[in-house]
Design a protein around this ligand. Structure first.
Ligand SMILES: [Zn+2]
Length: 666
């Protein structure tokens, strides 16, 4: 074994002979690392430990982000068995199989280089070092494993955190490195993650994590387990800062990391076919004694069961991450500067022909009528759809995500009647859809973005599975969440708005209704069946239900009507979309000027007012509804009623006076 002093000398001689002494240490870590590794391979583990102590201060001063990346070794793709080498362009650039798209495990420094703007990565929290709390020994002592991991990755532990720019947006990035003890979370990973979130909270920066981890680190025992609540608490605190936490799951992501901060992202993305799960497949089969079904523990399975927002290829990640960050940060900046949008609302034409209630019902349900997705696409071409209720699944009858209107970020949630590749019509959202909506409402509150909802449903799904998955709970929580959401909410009723399934999306500060849309407590067919045992009487009941836009405006249930072409919105969609955009923008701009406290008080009063018992209002409402029914003006109707009311009131007063006089005389 070489004495320590000689090792130092040899390292210096090697560097000197190759003319590296004038090269800046901050630029040469990768080269230095590869040369050093030749030297390090020649010494024993005990010598290595000594050497590491001497050399690590140098590593600490280096900038890993700009280290040039060595090409991956040539190897066989485990999926398609193709032999991959440097000549394979995609494989050598981003470690993805050129033939089948298999994503190989990638190092933290490669990830950093791939995601961040060149030269912008500044490591944070790197003074935090691992400790062998328990003196743990399995096949090798833990301390030896640490040194080997450090030697292999150039990191002090399985994580690299830093302050950087992604697509121009200042961000805190934390990447786990699977090459360091399987990316497991010991005290250093827990500490660096916590520190990264605290740093981001302090500096008001969004956080991106790239997870590649087998879970908690056994070699640090119960202290590793304690990193789960610690990191979860740090994320929870960060959530109050009003900024985005984006979690990216790479293969594999399992155990205590998956079950703590990795799953707490506001948005969670995963790479294709990534192995993701709480227990790894081997452990799951051993514990349950059953073989796992095909596709289990894969990103695709998690997406379909509502646990992920999207699956994104490694190639697309930089663009998607940059877009998400920009959308949320731009809005934060806009909040600080006051909006100058002051356009007047276009007046709704009084001359548009009024359809009968039944005609409106048919127009509202017209198969070619534009749907929520059409409106969102028109309003926000860069719409980023987010999926999943984080509980059971993703409901395609609810479309939700981040978009923008006139360069301001908004959260869109819409009931989508046409979906799937075949464009099948399905209008009944399930509890998964409403829970996804609640998730989006919470995101709007966190990011302080206005919420825009679209109502277009023939009611919530009433099936057995919906009951089992809590349809009542989901509807009730949509109502209560919207009632106290501290951001402006604008709802547009664009088609049919039937029953609880519709109103659960419509607890808004401003409610717009398309001229031929309908809003109803029950579908007319249902009402006719219940009242007359005859669905044929639906058209008659439709008139009685007062479900048209003008009825709803008169009853104070909606705030404005958006005109449609006389034959319906489907005959000229761009015209209707333009009008809707104008109204939406105007409403949002106006609502953003209202302080949150007053906004919430106003929203409470708005819904408190519906059906509030006030005798005078009750008489007026009855008169106005009766007038509507008989085609009279309200004034005509009131003339007769007021007369009766005054006489009855007067006679009651007179009667009391006469009674009193009689009593006195007696
Ligand atoms: Zn392949």
């Amino acid at each position: 074994m070489l004495p320590l002093r000689k090792i130092h000398k040899r390292v210096l001689i090697v560097l000197f002979i190759r003319g590296d002494l004038d090269m800046s240490l901050t630029k040469t870590f990768a080269q230095g690392k590869s040369r050093l590794s030749n030297v390090l391979n020649s010494v024993s583990v005990a010598g290595l430990q000594q050497l590491y102590k001497g050399l690590f201060p140098m590593a600490r001063e280096t900038n890993i982000a700009v280290a040039s990346r060595l090409l991956p070794h040539s190897q066989k793709c485990p999926e398609c068995k193709t032999e991959l080498e440097a000549a394979n362009e995609v494989y050598s650039r981003i470690a993805v199989c050129d033939h089948c798209g298999y994503h190989f495990v990638w190092s933290a420094s490669n990830r950093v280089e791939h995601l961040v703007d060149p030269g912008s990565f500044r490591p944070i929290g790197r003074r935090i070092r691992p400790m062998d709390f328990l003196g743990f020994v399995d096949e090798h002592p833990y301390s030896t494993k640490l040194i080997l991991g450090q030697k292999q990755t150039g990191l002090s532990d399985a994580i690299l955190t830093g302050h950087c720019r992604i697509g121009g947006t200042e961000t805190v990035l934390a990447v786990l490195d699977f090459h360091f003890m399987g990316g497991s979370m010991g005290s250093v990973v827990g500490e660096q993650i916590t520190f990264a979130f605290e740093y981001a909270t302090r500096h008001r920066l969004p956080v991106v994590t790239v997870i590649n981890s087998g879970g908690a680190r056994m070699q640090e025992g119960i202290i590793s387990l304690m990193q789960m609540p610690k990191t979860a608490a740090a994320v929870q605190r960060f959530h109050t800062s009003g900024l985005l936490y984006l979690s990216i799951l790479a293969s594999p992501t399992t155990g205590g990391v998956f079950a703590s901060f990795a799953s707490l992202g506001d948005v969670i993305l995963a790479e294709p076919k990534a192995l993701v799960g709480f227990a790894g497949p081997r452990v799951a089969e051993q514990v349950t004694g059953q073989k796992l079904p095909g596709g289990s523990h894969r990103a695709e399975m998690l997406l379909s069961s509502g646990q992920l927002d999207a699956i994104t290829t490694r190639h697309d990640l930089p663009h998607v991450v940059a877009t998400l960050l920009k959308a949320t940060v731009v809005h934060a900046k806009q909040r600080r500067s006051h909006s100058i949008y002051t356009n007047e609302l276009p007046l709704v034409s009084a001359h548009v022909p009024r359809h009968t209630a039944w005609e409106s019902v048919n127009l509202a349900r017209h198969p070619d009528r534009p749907t929520a997705r059409d409106y969102i696409r028109h309003l926000s071409p860069n719409f980023l759809e987010l999926q999943g209720d984080r509980c059971y699944g993703d409901d395609p009858t609810v479309v939700a995500g981040l978009g923008e209107i006139d360069r301001r970020t908004v959260i869109f949630v819409g009931q989508e009647r046409r979906h799937g590749a075949t464009g099948e019509i399905q209008t009944r959202p399930r509890p998964e859809g409403y829970r996804k909506a609640i998730r989006m409402m919470d995101l709007a509150a966190q990011l302080h973005c206005p919420l825009v909802t679209f109502v277009d449903t023939s009611g919530a799904d009433p099936g057995d599975e919906s009951e089992r998955h809590g349809i009542g709970w989901s509807l009730a929580h949509c109502l209560s969440t919207m009632s106290s959401l501290p951001v402006p909410i604008v709802t547009a009723i664009i088609g049919e708005g039937a029953s609880g399934g519709a109103v659960a999306f419509a607890v808004a500060d401003h409610i717009l209704m398309l001229q031929n849309a309908i809003y109803e407590v029950i579908a007319p067919e249902g009402a006719a069946t219940i009242l007359y045992r005859d669905a044929q009487k639906a058209s008659q009941v439709a008139e009685q239900l007062k479900l048209t836009a003008s009825d709803c405006l008169q009853l104070g249930v909606v705030d404005a009507i958006i005109p449609e072409p006389s034959l319906g919105a489907h005959t000229d969609p761009p015209l209707v979309m333009e009008a809707l955009q104008h109204h939406l923008l105007h409403a949002i701009t106006e609502l953003e000027q209202v302080p949150v406290k007053r906004l919430l008080a106003r929203r409470y009063r708005k819904f408190r007012h519906h059906g509030r018992f006030q005798r005078r209002q009750y008489l007026l409402t009855r008169a106005s509804v009766a007038a509507l029914g008989q085609g009279q003006s309200l004034l005509q109707q009131l003339k007769g009623r007021l007369h009766m009311a005054i006489i009855s009131r007067l006679s009651a007063t007179l009667g009391t006076v006469i009674e009193r006089r009689r009593w006195r005389h007696a």
